[in-house]
Write a protein that binds this ligand. Structure first.
Ligand SMILES: Cc1ncc(COP(=O)(O)O)c(C=O)c1O
Length: 364
């Protein structure tokens, strides 16, 4: 069997061509033509009014909270099952995260838990579309409207996923994306923040550039950040964006193959698709409902057979500095204890995934 890839990036001749152009132009830093071009094409792909490139997905989330004026004394509701970068920016702005449990079927934030957690200090919700699976965004938006809360979508893992035909990241006040090396498309490291509010978006464009008013030289009317993407990164992003349809097709097909091959195994449960949505399936993940299955041991056995896997994110309440902010999250723990992410990189071919699934099946 050829080498199997978990979440490795897929870079080729187009990326080399655009990268060479960036180097040849000598625009390698935060000024250069690829940056506005990438922002414009990303805006068009996503369907919002504006997209602002950033240094990372974490920076995008930080800027969203900061621009909305969320700070000390405020609370922000977040899911327990996510990468830590969803929650840390809440602490960057000195607000308090309220960590709630996820739905056992979609593994995404449970709207009922959001309702229970809201207090008079709550200012925002950060729903995450985990592993490219769409959360119950309609209900999250409704709860936010009823309670006068902001919504910042953490769409860092769900580029290309849609709900009722509309891209994730476009429902809230802001949507945040990541182009880290393992994501659907990569710029090496980078992010994007999207919004339909031009004024707020332009303010973020200004904030990420040291809040510089260039019309007055080196004049900075407020505190700013250096959270810009580079022209080199944007050149990669443009090439990757041209290939996104093919990447998505592959990811969705890989999940179908796993589903076909595990179809008659009742103890394998997939992270399920929410109604009316189409997941991007950045990573296909399963939960093994078998008596006392030891996930680390299973991963080791798979590794010895050349199959790389990764564990589900550890529930946020396991982090010593976050424990005090967490509600009980039994579903997040259940998924963490028995879940696993399967090889999903677009470097794989259909045949590799088929063989991988058969080996996992045999081992189980
Ligand atoms: C759910 C989630 N939120 C935020 C981030 C942060 O993105 P970045 O690594 O680009 O800072 C990531 C990805 O790494 C993520 O998976």
């Amino acid at each position: 069997m050829s080498k199997v890839f978990l979440d490795d990036p897929n870079l080729g001749n187009l990326e080399k061509k655009y990268l060479t152009r960036a180097i040849d132009s000598n625009f390698v830093s935060t000024v250069g033509p690829f940056i506005p071009e990438f922002e414009e094409k990303f805006t068009h792909y996503i369907g919002t009014e504006r997209a602002i490139s950033t240094q990372s997905g974490t920076a995008a989330l930080h800027m969203a909270l900061y621009q909305l004026g969320i700070g000390e004394g405020d609370e922000v509701i977040v899911p327990s099952l996510t990468f830590i970068a969803t929650i840390n920016p809440v602490l960057f702005v000195k607000a308090k995260p309220l960590i709630v449990d996820v739905d056992p079927i979609t593994w995404n934030i449970d709207p009922q838990e959001i309702k229970k957690a809201i207090t008079e200090k709550t200012k925002a919700i950060i729903p995450v579309h985990l592993y490219g699976s769409v959360c119950n965004i309609e209900e999250v938006i409704e709860i936010a409207r009823e309670n006068n809360l902001y919504v910042i979508e953490d769409a860092t893992e769900s580029l290309g996923a849609t709900y009722k035909g509309r891209q994730t990241g476009t429902f809230g006040d802001f949507g945040c994306f990541s182009f880290n090396g393992n994501k659907l498309i990569t710029t090496g490291g980078g992010g994007m923040i999207v919004s339909n509010n031009q004024k707020k978006a332009e303010h973020i464009k200004f904030l990420v550039n040291q809040a510089r008013d260039a019309s007055k030289g080196y004049y900075h009317p407020e505190v700013g950040f250096n959270y810009r993407m580079t022209n080199i990164e944007a050149s990669l992003g443009l090439a990757q964006l041209e290939r996104i349809d093919n990447f998505l097709k592959k990811k969705r097909n890989f999940r179908k193959i796993y589903q076909e091959i595990f179809n008659d195994l009742p103890y394998i449960k997939f992270q399920e698709e929410f109604d009316n949505s189409s997941g991007s399936w950045w990573l296909t993940c399963i939960k093994v409902d078998k008596n006392n299955i030891d996930i680390d041991n299973l991963m080791l056995k798979l590794k010895n057979k050349g199959i790389p896997t990764r564990r589900i994110f550890m529930p946020a309440s396991e982090m010593p500095y976050l424990k005090k902010f967490s509600k009980p999250c039994p579903n997040a723990y259940e998924i963490y204890n028995y879940g696993i992410c399967l090889p999903s990189s677009t470097l794989n071919e259909e045949e590799d995934i088929r063989k991988t699934a058969l080996i996992i099946r045999e081992l189980l």
